[in-house]
Design a protein around this ligand. Sequence first.
Ligand code: SG7
Ligand code: ZN
Length: 269
Amino acid sequence: CSVHWCYDSQSQSCGPKHWKEIQSTCGGKSQSPINIDMSNVDRDNNLQHFVFEGYSTVPPGQWSIANNGHSVQVTLDTNVSISGGGLVGKYKALQLHFHWGNGLSYGSEHTINKKQYPMELHIVHMSERYTDIRDALKKTDGLAVLGFMLEVTETDNPNYNTLTDVLEKVSHQGDKVWLSSTFQLNSILPKVARLSQYYRYQGSLTTPNCSEAVVWSVFEEPISISKAQLMKFANTLYFSARGESEQKMQNNFRSPQPLNGRRVSASKD
Ligand code: SG7
Ligand code: ZN
C-alpha cells in the first residue's frame, strides 16, 4: 500500500484531501464513493439478479479476520464467487470489510439521495479473467465490489454476532485470527429476494491507491443491526498498533467524489 495515508479522524495531514499527493490516481476522474441520485439513473435491463456461489457456507479454517489499520477485514480463502448481475464472467470473492462513523448518523461511503448510513459493507471480488490483483487493478473491470448499507434498529441482528464477538481479538492494527467455525456469508446480507435492486457504476477503490478498476454494485435494501452492535465496531477497534498511542478506529470513510459525467444505472424502476 501507499507510504502514509489516513483518515481525518487520525490526522488532518494525511486525510482524504491529501491522498492525491501520495497517489495521483486518487485525483482521477472516476473515483469512488459517489452520491447516487435515484432520480438521475438509467434503467438497464442487463442488470439481472446475481448468482452467489459458496456464500452459504465458508468452511472452518478457510476464513480469517484481521485489523489492517484502516478497517476490519474478513479474508476468504476458499471458492466463493459471484456472476450474473450484468457482470462479464465470474468474480471470485477475496475479502469483505466495513466503513463506519462514530455514531448513528454517518459512516457509509456511498450516499443515496444524499442520505448517509451509519455503516457500509464492501465485498471485494476479482475477475477470474485476470491472473492476480496487480493485473486486475490495471483493468477497468478488474474488481467487482458489492456495497451494502447498514442501518440501526432496536434489535440485534444475531447473524452479526459471529463478527462482533471476535472484534476484541483483532482490536489493534496487525491483529489477525483464523476462525474454526462455519461462516454463513449470505446471513449477514439482506434476504436474497431483496438483492435484485441495485445501482451500477464504474469507479475506484475508496482508499489509496484508488485504482479505477471497480465495477460497483450498491444495493438499495439496507442491512439492520442494533446500535450496540454498531458501537462495538467503533469502540473495540483501533487504527493504532499495540504499544502505539491509542486511536479509535472511527470515521474510516471517504466522502462522495465528483461524477465527472459518469452515469449510474439501476436494475429496476
Ligand atoms: C480497505 O479498503 C481494505 C483494503 C481495500 C480497501 O482498507 O479492506 O484491502 C486490503 C487487502 O488492503 O483494498 C485492494 C483492496 O481491496 C479498498 O477497498 S474498497 O474500495 O472496497 N473500499
Ligand atoms: Zn471499502
